[in-house]
Design a protein around this ligand. Structure first.
Ligand code: CU
Length: 166
């Protein structure tokens, strides 16, 4: 229950309170298509983190991240910027800091906004399952991949994505 509420908080803040459509182009890339995949990266996730700590790609490259959850809890695979990640964690900490009121607040805003599982840069993987997130990197720079599904702590597990110029 607690974990679910925190996940819900994450969903509410992950898109800044507004759903992001599948075809949305973010500043650092966009959802790719299976036909456009240049490379597949296999990642195992669990309660102890990701099996890899960094990935290097080139701008213009479309990568299929094939994420297998070998843990016992739901895990997330999110591609984002360091700055966005920092903001999300702050917002989540604020919500949890509100206690019961905060929990109720985020539950209501989730009902209003609907579940934002369609965000193209976020994957949720159930235990024992493998899900694939296909991403086209458009700009050189430093990104991260992260899991923010936490269980009452402020734990967030992440790795680095370096996008080299094409
Ligand atoms: Cu996780």
């Amino acid at each position: 229950m607690w974990r679910h509420l925190i996940l819900t908080a994450w969903l509410v803040v992950s898109a800044g309170g507004a759903a992001v459509a599948e075809d949305t182009v973010l500043a650092f890339g966009k959802a790719g298509t299976p036909a456009g995949v240049d490379r597949t990266v296999d990642i195992v996730t669990s309660e102890s983190g990701f099996s890899i700590s960094s990935v290097s790609v080139r701008a213009g490259e479309t990568v299929a991240f094939r994420v297998t959850n070998k843990g016992e809890e739901l895990h997330e695979f999110l591609i984002t910027t360091v700055e966005e990640q920092r903001k999300h964690l702050e917002q989540m900490a604020d919500m949890m800091g509100e206690g019961e009121d905060g929990v109720e607040m985020m539950r209501e805003s989730t009902l209003q906004e609907g579940l934002m599982m369609d965000d193209p840069n976020i994957l949720f993987v159930e235990p024992g399952f493998t899900e694939t997130l296909i991403w086209t990197f458009t700009e050189p720079g430093d990104l991260i991949f992260a899991c923010n599904v936490v269980d009452g702590s402020d734990r967030s597990i992440q790795g680095a994505i370096t996008v080299f110029p094409r």
